[in-house]
Write a protein that binds this ligand. Structure first.
Ligand code: ATP
Ligand code: SF4
Ligand code: MG
Length: 376
């Protein structure tokens, strides 16, 4: 294991045994995350994102879930080999998860302050008073006045409840936070606040982050690395610059083509045709071939290996070649793959207009684009 890696997943395979057959939810997935790094895990519904996260938390429901194989190395230990007691210590203390449906993650008959204090005292040997004091601090850290400690979840707005869920996840200062679609249930302005909160906390506390989302704009705001999943497999993986400016995999290219850009010429978006295959009956060969405009006979026969196209940029496609980079825009030629470039560009207030896919994808750009269509 690379010494800088906090998390290293190797060949993780997870299935669900159902009456209709075996669901191939996660297939031979490998990826790593360094300390303090943030990874966006992107893919359409059913791609296996939540199952991957549940695998890391060792919370795949069994039955029907089966971890068929693989390793999840975290701080030098394989989480899949830990006993229940050791794993319970890892959860909360070392790794926390904000679940996909945060509104149901809170106990409606317990005050939010008590819920945070309880999660602190499960993992740290503090007196009740000390745990409550820490809970007030954590509430304030996520922007909720400490005086609201004794209020119940129904007295909070959706955005505030989401902040409370994040507060609980961060209460024990985990090394890794997994946030599964943390803003899906929120309106756009609250989404932006919650994302800012996660981003600030990540920077302040040096927490590593896995952010699961459908939204490439959100990834561009927060993440340094991106992993694109399709039908349980990783299809492209690299730095933000690799994925947004040197997009290689036809599925990733399809994802970018189906989101609006502000100064692109296109008036219509190009959705990816068809649907993701049934994970019980994955097609032979590359799972994407029924939807892929580059598919050849070879693609229908064998699963392509994940191959390193440039250092650190991995692609699973027989025909990724260089054609993928034809998708990059002129500006991205100036902006090579380094994530520092991405960061410095984001911070350069004097820059005019979006220049990379990352920027095209942000919500504000999308709104302007849609506005321009309406006004035509
Ligand atoms: N408990 C379960 N029993 C049977 N199948 C399941 C179960 N949980 C998930 N699946 C199936 O596993 C596959 C992957 O599901 P998963 O929830 O990991 O996808 P996801 O990428 O998180 O999707 P979404 O974006 O909709 O949240 C899907 O086909 C799903 O139907
Ligand atoms: S391997 Fe073939 S079908 Fe799969 S993404 Fe590449 S070109 Fe398309
Ligand atoms: Mg999910």
């Amino acid at each position: 294991m690379n010494n800088n890696n906090l998390l290293e997943i190797k060949n993780l395979t997870i299935q669900y045994k159902t009456d209709n057959g075996l669901v191939h939810a996660v297939n031979d997935l490998s990826l790593s995350l360094e300390k303090g790094e943030s990874l966006g895990l992107v893919g359409e519904t059913g791609a296996g994102k939540t199952t991957t996260a549940l695998g890391i938390m060792n919370l795949v429901p069994d039955p029907p879930g089966i971890i068929v194989g693989g390793e999840i190395q975290f701080e030098g230990r394989d989480l899949l080999k830990l006993n229940k007691q050791d794993m319970r210590k890892v959860r909360g203390e070392k790794i926390s998860m904000v679940f996909q449906d945060p509104m149901t993650s809170l106990n409606p008959v317990m005050t939010v302050g008590k819920q945070i204090a309880e999660s602190i005292s499960i993992h740290e040997s503090l007196s009740r008073k000390e745990a409550e004091r820490r809970a007030v601090d954590v509430l304030e850290m996520v922007g909720i006045p400490g005086e609201r400690f004794n209020e119940y979840p129904h007295q909070f707005s959706g955005g505030m409840r989401q902040r409370v869920v994040i507060a609980i996840a961060l209460a024990c200062r985990p090394d890794l936070l997994i946030a599964d679609e943390p803003t899906t249930a929120l309106d756009v302005t609250i989404q932006a606040q919650v994302l800012d909160l996660i981003s600030n906390l990540k920077n302040e506390q040096q927490t590593s982050l896995i952010l699961i989302t459908h939204d490439l704009g959100v990834v561009a705001e927060i993440c340094e690395k991106v992993a694109i999943m399709y039908a349980g497999r990783l299809v492209e993986y690299g730095t933000l610059g690799d994925i947004y400016n040197h997009t290689r995999h036809p599925y990733s290219i399809g994802l970018f083509s189906s989101i609006p850009s502000v100064d692109g010429d296109e008036k219509r978006l190009t959705p990816i045709p068809g649907l993701m295959p049934d994970p019980i009956n994955l097609p032979e060969g590359c799972s994407f071939w029924p939807r892929c405009n580059r598919a050849t006979e070879e693609c229908k026969k064998a699963v392509p290996a994940l191959t390193e196209s440039e250092p650190g940029h991995w692609v699973r496609c027989f025909h990724a070649g260089l054609e993928g980079s034809s998708y990059k825009n002129d500006a991205s030629n100036k902006n090579e793959t380094s994530k520092q470039d991405d960061t410095s560009k984001k911070n350069d207030a004097s820059r005019k207009g979006p220049q990379t896919h990352a920027e095209y994808a942000d919500t504000e750009s999308a709104c302007k684009f849609l506005g321009s269509l309406v006004s035509e």
